[in-house]
Design a protein around this ligand. Structure first.
Ligand code: F6R
Length: 610
């Protein structure tokens, strides 16, 4: 959604805010702004623009506001168009209270009406603007008390950072259903939507919990619940470096992150899988007895994470013989879920902050189900809300399109399936060993695949003129096909659909002709021959076919228009390799079309509102 940052310390705030906003831009980028104040100032200097952070930085360079207290915001519009007036920060009538916000205030209309009735004048169409006015409304000489009062009246989701000119020694943050972290430096403090924005300054980070508020002064942060009850702060030491959140010479974060896949796969496996196929998760350990008593696994996710869930569903049923079902979290949350104490709910979320998935996880756990979050972000809401977490350990992912974390999700779900399979004694020791070897060879196999990138770029160049694509796969290659199509559409804006090979004949095939190519995932699988059959069907209808095949497989030569070869391995590892190949294909096709790969239109990395 939006990215927010605040600074209180001894250095100039504006450069810190600019730097942080640049790193937060993946969260939203249709307008941006900062407010900075120096001690004793009568007004805060506010600079805003209805464009990307880069333009704001240009504006600031010519007119840098002075002061060591400030807030900044990069916006992904929900209420109100991306205009300068709607850009954050927002202030009250007296321009003394300044607020930046990520989230949605659901009851803003009624609050606005009430405040307007009391004489407050609004300048923007945003939901956020009610916050400074509400604080002003409740202000009786104590900014923190007024803020607490105001927060008590808000419904919806918010991460807020704010200050008041009347108490410029304070920076206040609060969160409800949206992430917020506090960076603890030497005599300086940062509040931000995520760690990447502040890790260049400090690796000591306090993760604000759900429904908590932080008041920062030069003496440090004080954390309380929203109604003022003291809370023991949770401080983490960040074990990754700012260079991991920078492009390191790659033209785009997306490409850099695809190239980090071998390490991401290795990190997801690290310390968890031995040669015999035994799996151990440190943050989520259940005894075999409990695993044997499970009757069902429900996997919840959105977008790319839903595709990972579909792959998880497949291997949990196939390997562990346990009923599994992947579901769109946004649909699940509005049903009356039929789950119970013998169900395991797996929330799949890179960010750990996707609103629909978090609410769905809570709804599932409320039925008595055991919940585990498979997430990349330590201390994220999903991780905290669940009974346990399986961390991807993939390092920060900045590109809006998920790439290396999709692979880390697949690997983690394979491990979960293997853990369930061994506990339930559903897999022979030989098969366990074979799978372990297949998974352990993944990092090298991905490296091998990445070495073939120029050929994939050539194919992307060749297919860049088409306006429609159909991705087809079966078995584990079905979610791979769905994800391949999603990757292409989100960064190239070219229409792409994914379908199962079986479903193809039930409708989608009607779309195909010489202008509508098919990307067929025909890699190792017990149902590979069936997908090969699909290729023959669509070729007979004149559609060009790009077939993803295992190295050395010549069976589709002369049938498919082009072959994209991936290293030869088993079905599970092939699904990973085919996914990486299709990520590269989408990447190069989007670059060929001149798209802004890291910041695709209308999208945001982390969808923290419904
Ligand atoms: C697509 C993409 C999105 C996310 C989805 C869920 O490339 O990144 O579809 O997968 O918004 O996000 P998380 O995994 O953070 O819950």
């Amino acid at each position: 959604m939006c990215g927010i940052i605040g600074y209180l310390g001894t250095r100039e705030a504006a450069p810190v805010l600019m730097d942080g906003l640049r790193r937060l831009e993946y969260r939203g980028y249709d307008s941006a702004g900062v407010a900075v104040v120096s001690p004793g100032a009568e007004v805060a200097s506010v600079v805003k623009c209805a464009a990307r952070v880069e333009q704001l930085i240009e504006q600031l360079r010519t007119d840098m506001p002075a002061g060591s207290l400030g807030v900044g915001h990069t916006r992904w519009a929900t209420h109100g168009k991306p205009t300068v007036l709607n850009a954050h920060p927002h202030t009250d009538c007296g321009r003394r209270i300044t607020v930046v916000h990520n989230g949605i205030i659901e009851n803003f209309r009624e609050l606005r009406e009430e405040l307007e009735g009391a004489g407050h004048e609004f300048l923007s169409d945003t939901d956020t603007e009610v916050v400074p006015h509400l604080i002003e409304h409740h202000y009786r000489g104590d900014f923190v008390a007024a803020t607490r009062h105001a927060l008590g009246r808000l419904r919806g989701a918010y991460a807020l950072v704010m200050f008041s000119l009347d108490e410029p020694e304070l920076l206040v943050g609060a969160r409800l259903n949206a992430p917020l972290v506090v960076g603890l430096g030497e005599g300086e403090y940062f509040i931000a939507s995520d760690i990447a924005a502040i890790v260049a300054y400090t690796k000591k980070v306090l993760v604000l919990g759900e429904g908590e508020m932080v008041v920062v002064t030069s003496l440090g942060p004080v954390v309380t619940s929203l109604d003022g009850i003291p809370v023991e702060p949770r401080v983490l030491h960040v074990d990754w470096d700012v260079s991991q959140a920078e492009r390191s010479g790659y033209p785009h974060f997306m490409l850099k992150e695809i190239h980090e896949t071998p390490e991401a796969a290795a990190n997801a496996l690290r310390g968890r899988l031995d040669r015999q196929g035994h799996v151990e998760f440190t943050e989520f350990e259940m005894d075999d007895e409990r695993l044997r008593s499970l009757e069902e696994v429900r996997l919840l996710g959105m977008g790319t994470s839903l595709h990972a869930a579909l792959a998880g569903e497949h291997v949990i049923e196939d390997w562990a013989g346990l009923a599994a079902r992947a579901q769109d979290s946004s649909e699940f949350r509005y049903r009356r879920p039929v789950l119970g104490g013998n169900a395991l709910v797996v929330a799949i979320t890179q960010s750990g902050e996707t609103a629909d998935t978090i609410v769905a996880l809570r709804a599932a756990r409320a039925t008595g189900a055991l919940g585990v979050a498979v997430t990349n972000v330590v201390g994220s809401t999903a991780a905290r809300d669940a009974d346990g977490a399986i961390y991807l350990q993939a390092g920060p992912e900045i590109g809006v399109a998920s790439t290396k974390t999709f692979v880390a999700h697949l690997v983690s779900l394979y491990l979960l399936a293997l853990r369930l399979a061994t506990a339930r004694r559903r897999m022979s020791p030989e098969r366990c060993e074979e799978l372990a070897a297949e998974l352990r060879s993944l990092p090298d196999a991905v490296r091998h695949l990445l070495a073939g990138e120029p050929e994939i770029a050539r194919l992307a160049h060749r297919y860049a003129g088409y306006r429609n694509f159909m991705y087809v796969g079966r078995g584990l290659a079905y979610p791979v096909a769905l994800e391949g199509a999603l990757k292409l559409k989100e960064i190239s804006y070219v229409h792409a659909e994914g379908t199962s090979g079986g479903e193809l004949k039930h409708g989608p095939i009607a779309l195909l002709d010489a202008e509508f190519p098919v990307v067929a995932v025909c890699t190792a699988s017990p149902v590979r021959e069936k997908t090969v059959g699909n290729v023959h069907e669509v070729v007979a209808r004149g559609a060009p076919v790009l077939a993803v095949v295992s190295e050395g497989d010549r069976s589709l030569e002369g049938v498919a228009s082009d072959l994209l070869e991936i290293p030869r391995t088993g079905e599970a590892a092939s699904a990973v390799l085919a996914s990486v190949a299709l990520q590269l294909f989408a990447y190069h096709l989007a670059v060929e079309l001149g798209r802004d790969v890291d910041r695709p239109r209308n999208l945001a990395k982390s969808v923290t509102v419904e």
